[in-house]
Design a protein around this ligand. Sequence first.
Ligand code: ATP
Length: 261
Amino acid sequence: MATNPGGLTKAPPAVRTRRLVRRFGERAVLKEIDLDLAQGEFTALLGRSGSGKSTLLRAVARLDHGVEGTGELVVPERVSLSFQDSRLLPWLRVLDNVVLGLRGPGTRARGLTALEEVGLAGRDRSWPHELSGGEQQRAALARALVHDPELLLADEPFGALDALTRIKMHGLLRELYERHRPAVLLVTHDVDEAVELADRVLVLEDGLISLDLPIDLPTPRSRRDPRFQEYRDALLTALGVTTPSAAPHDSPKEKPHVPNV
Ligand SMILES: Nc1ncnc2c1ncn2[C@@H]1O[C@H](COP(=O)(O)OP(=O)(O)OP(=O)(O)O)[C@@H](O)[C@H]1O
């Protein structure tokens, strides 16, 4: 374990990448990424479409065997993944999906507890197609959490949900995170989602992390808090988007439009 200048022992990071490179043909989508994610840290990853967010997440998940490197990639043993599409197996009931791959005594009880935690108590015998989109994402979260992950990698898990369900899922994810404390890397296009949920937001641009912004706001966070808006404006600016709220004071007073980038 490393010791910092104050003499306190510093825990090793949950994720550590050094000089992580991914090329597709001639094009380097990730150019020597150096990234540390602390244990129990909630990080959001933003970037324009095609900037390489999913590529980075897949690399960290060790799903991509094309990652090059003389570099270094350290990830914990227990890693769970969640995607925009819940990826529940249609031929398995909800509980069987949740406990898939889990072994040992108490498997069923663990699955039922996970379902209860995500608000799906009593739906264990349902088939995936009998669940709504939001419920399917809840089941996917239960499946991720039942493994007690040290790292949760989530690639736009709420991207396909309607606005109201999305808000509910934000609350649920933050609550589950605070209870279980895995390190989280959340890929999103939604700047508000990033500021609302994460303690640190990264912007990926041109193959590198161009901004690493700690979010120092208590939770639950209100989008109406002026400091929330300052973070959001800083991120939108980093993403190359100008909004009326980030514009000079003498500009027309329009309702800020916050695009998903
Ligand atoms: N298997 C592949 N073969 C060739 N190019 C690829 C492959 N996978 C990704 N790419 C390219 O790498 C770039 C980054 O893709 P990636 O999916 O990581 O971006 P992203 O930031 O997640 O995009 P989005 O926000 O639109 O989902 C894109 O230009 C994409 O076309």
